[in-house]
Design a protein around this ligand. Structure first.
Ligand SMILES: [Zn+2]
Length: 63
């Protein structure tokens, strides 16, 4: 058992939350937001990355 800090990003336009474990749009699962391509946009509303706000969430991981 352990905890890990996962960075999620919130689209301030539509409320979509990018979860790096799931990926989204062109982002493959397990892609950190920082490593998404520069032309990545919100899969819901096509807002660019500048519209996203960083959120932190601590997730408990079973090991
Ligand atoms: Zn959006």
């Amino acid at each position: 058992m352990g905890t890990k800090q996962v960075h999620k990003f919130l689209c301030t336009k539509c409320g979509y939350i990018y979860d790096p474990r799931k990926g989204g749009g062109k982002g493959e699962p397990n892609t950190a937001f920082e490593y998404l391509p520069d032309d990545w946009t919100c899969p819901e509303c096509e807002a660019d990355m500048a519209q996203f706000k960083k959120k932190y969430e601590v997730v408990e991981i079973d090991t």
